[in-house]
Design a protein around this ligand. Structure first.
Ligand SMILES: NC(=O)N[C@@H](CC(=O)O)C(=O)O
Ligand SMILES: [Zn+2]
Ligand SMILES: [Zn+2]
Length: 346
């Protein structure tokens, strides 16, 4: 029986660090275990220009506690006014690793996102030329589309036409939640990747709604029915290069989650690796955990994998905080609903 695991230091290819007091509190939770992360740009106001991204990167590095190392991989928030020249320059200088597409109104702080895809055609064409990935929040926003169908409908109505209209565009389907998402990612070539979150491997929609509403399990895309969770577990543990970890760890202060109109997002940075080891062990796939957390994402982003390693050991249930304190209020740590026996060693 395996009770020790050594992995190359992981990368989180979809992370929300926020800003200010929240950034200060959540950054160490990620930097403790992860070497790098793709940093989501949905601040208020969003990170739209190269200048915004450089300033945000500096604030992240200033918030990093002494003695910790971490490399933020910056992204730009795509708007209908984004300048292709600014994007190309930010890529050429090494400042940004991706551009993020939020359909306007799809999720937290997406109101500056894209409504009319014709308006971003020039940027997408530039990105295809220079090989810069587009990270996509893949949900339609049409009010008549059922929230549980919004990902599958997006693939058909938006993602597939955009990809066909911009040959060579490299795309990451972010936080996929459905068997349709898994199948579409699999049908693509090397220019298509997909992130899978920790929480979508653990919860289905019953966790949110059965026996009382559980706001800390509410995120977007919303967790779907059990067959979709099983499809995600199969994909994540398959070792296939197109699937990699993007935790989408998305902190919101408790008073904004436990609210009549609660925010979407699960905060998983603190215990993600312990949960993933548990899930991969259940699927008899511990030998493929490193591909998911540390190799596949780096390869997609054309980065060398990290040289440093982390070690996990299996033992008595670990302790982790139910909440972390932040200057913006307490933030609840995702509760997987089972004890965690895999511990990341210091
Ligand atoms: N995933 C979420 O539920 N929330 C994210 C936004 C996002 O990634 O869609 C957030 O910024 O809070
Ligand atoms: Zn999203
Ligand atoms: Zn996100």
């Amino acid at each position: 029986m395996t009770d020790t695991l050594s992995l190359r230091r992981p990368d989180d290819m979809h992370l929300h660090l926020r800003d200010g007091a929240m950034l200060e509190a959540v950054l160490p939770e990620t930097a403790r275990h992860f070497a790098r992360a793709i940093i989501m740009p949905n601040l208020v106001p969003p990170v739209v220009t190269a200048r915004d991204a450089a300033a945000y990167r500096d604030r992240i590095m200033a918030a990093l506690p002494d003695g910790m190392t971490f490399e933020p991989l910056m992204t730009l928030y795509l708007t209908e006014a984004t300048d292709p020249g600014d994007v190309a320059a930010a890529h050429a200088s090494g400042l940004i690793k991706a551009v993020k597409l939020y359909p306007a109104g799809a999720t937290t702080n997406s109101q500056s996102g894209v409504r009319d895809f014709d308006k971003v055609r020039g940027v997408l064409e530039t990105m295809a030329e220079i090989g810069l990935p587009l990270c996509v929040h893949g949900e339609v926003t049409a009010s008549e589309v059922d929230i549980f169908d919004r990902e599958a409908v997006f693939i058909e109505r938006v993602l597939d036409p955009v990809r066909r209209g911009t040959p060579g565009l490299r795309v990451v389907m972010e936080h996929i939640t459905t068997e349709e998402g898994v199948a579409y990612a699999r049908a693509g070539g090397d220019d298509l990747g997909a992130t899978i979150t920790t929480h979508h491997l653990v919860i289905n929609r019953n966790h949110i709604l059965a026996g009382g509403i559980k706001p800390h399990y509410y995120c977007l895309p919303v967790a779907k029915r059990e067959k979709h969770r099983l499809a995600l577990r199969e994909a994540a543990t398959s070792g296939e290069p197109r699937f990699f970890l993007g935790t989408d760890s998305a902190p919101h202060a408790d008073h904004l989650k436990e609210h009549a109109c609660g925010c979407a997002g699960c905060f998983t940075a603190t215990n993600t690796l312990s949960i993933l080891a548990h899930v991969f062990e259940e699927e008899n796939a511990l030998d493929r955990l490193e591909a998911f957390t540390s190799l596949n994402g780096a390869a997609f982003y054309r980065l060398a994998p990290n040289d440093a390693r982390i070690r996990l050991t299996k033992g008595p249930a670990i302790d982790y905080p139910a909440k972390i304190e932040t200057g913006a209020g307490p933030v609840t740590v995702f509760d997987p609903g089972f004890p965690l026996n895999w511990k990341v060693e210091d």
